[in-house]
Design a protein around this ligand. Structure first.
Ligand code: HEM
Length: 175
């Protein structure tokens, strides 16, 4: 009698979680839509921050709208992080196997932290400032300066998109 020993199929990657192709494609669609929406929201943030710098008559309106962007920004950033992490686990790219994925992971974590720690309170301040201006209060205090968040975020997200499309060679460890 011949004994058949179970052997891994040739070419099968033991580090990759096996999921059906349609699940991988679904994750990729969610990932691309989430990151595209995130960039769009950052552009809206930039418009609301820079327009009052050019024309002060827009300050009250723009600053009142700014806090509305917090939850959409945080949701799309987290969705990008979660879908990207899942893609790393179910594709040959791995989570920290290739530099381009590892760098995106660090950038995404950094941006989520900045949204919660710095941007959130800044947007809330801007909202208070806008409401005070609209109510015609005489002393509305310091005008929040929020030009850094959209500039940094758009730059990093464009860099992440270039890395994703280019997928440069280079592994974190040679295994
Ligand atoms: C920082 C924001 C991010 C942006 C702007 C971004 C953008 C993109 C884009 C545009 C693609 C599609 C590329 C293509 O199909 O040619 C992609 C794919 C991918 N992303 Fe992201 N991503 C981000 C974050 C992440 C994170 C945090 C991870 C993992 C930890 C990740 C892992 C992946 C992987 C593995 C793919 C390839 C999927 C495949 O080819 O099947 N991404 N990303």
């Amino acid at each position: 009698m011949t004994t058949v020993t179970a052997r891994p199929r040739a070419g099968r990657d033991p580090m990759r979680l096996p999921v059906p192709r349609r699940v991988r494609l679904g994750l990729l669609v969610v990932h691309i839509v989430a990151t595209a929406a995130w960039i769009g929201l950052d552009v809206a943030l930039a418009v609301l921050v820079f327009v009052p710098m050019l024309d002060a008559s827009w300050t009250a309106v723009c600053h009142q709208v700014l806090p509305l962007l917090f939850w959409p920004l945080l949701t799309t950033a987290l969705l990008s992080l979660v879908s990207g992490t899942a893609l790393g686990l179910v594709t040959r790219w791995g989570l920290v196997r290739h530099w381009w994925v590892a760098v995106k992971l660090v950038m995404n974590l950094l941006l989520v932290t900045l949204i919660v720690v710095l941007l959130g309170p800044g947007l809330a301040d801007a909202g208070r400032h806008g409401r005070a201006l609209a109510a015609g209060l005489p002393d509305v205090g310091e005008v929040p300066r929020l030009f850094m968040p959209p500039s940094v975020s758009i730059t990093l997200l464009v860099l992440a998109t270039v890395l994703s499309v280019w997928k440069p060679r280079g592994r974190v460890r040679k295994t």
